[in-house]
Design a protein around this ligand. Sequence first.
Ligand SMILES: [Zn+2]
Ligand SMILES: [Zn+2]
Length: 134
Amino acid sequence: MPSGGKTRTATCSCRGVRLALAGEPRRVYACSCTECQRCTGSAFAYRAIFADAAILGLEGTTRSWRRTGSSGRWLEQTFCPTCGTVVFMRAEALNDALSISVGCLEAPDFPAPQLLHWSDRKHRWLCLEGVAEQ
Ligand SMILES: [Zn+2]
Ligand SMILES: [Zn+2]
């Protein structure tokens, strides 16, 4: 278990799924690709990469579905089968880490994204102050 730092818990809308995490994220990002827009029902996804070693526990029933990304590698969204909230995502490219839906942490002090991926797909009005676009 990582020492020091914060403990945070990601929960779904119905609170049936609880994922407890220790320490700080490796990376925080936003993504405005069309799949993230569909997945979130919003203009962009706001996610944080945590190492698998940061996971303190996962409670509740989850379901996952896997799709092939534009890179040809798989991406797997894990969601609550009751309320449908996507709590985290795994990806072939991430191997020893997972990507948490930051909104599930209910943490207004959480670090801002460093990068917006797929900015060419973003909604025209979207401007994230101080966030680099890719
Ligand atoms: Zn739920
Ligand atoms: Zn995306």
